[in-house]
Write a protein of this length. Structure first.
Length: 69
């Protein structure tokens, strides 16, 4: 039997369906990744982790610069 919610919509047993997020542009994806790197840098004090983040950041900034050309 289908249950209805107060607004008359059928209740889904797993909750309401997820609303898909709009796709990000490449520039937005890079911006999100750079913010993540900034946060991760403060939480990962090991030199190896910092070096890996530096490498990823350099690659992302190069991609971002290529988009501006």
């Amino acid at each position: 039997m289908t249950r209805l919610t107060a607004d008359g919509l059928a209740a889904h047993p797993a909750g309401p369906p997820a609303i898909p997020e709009p796709a990000l542009t490449e520039r937005e994806e890079i911006s999100v990744a750079l913010r993540y790197i900034g946060r991760a840098r403060s939480m990962l004090p090991s030199p190896a982790a910092i070096a890996a983040l530096d490498e990823q950041e350099a690659e992302l900034r190069a991609r971002l610069a290529a988009l501006d050309d």
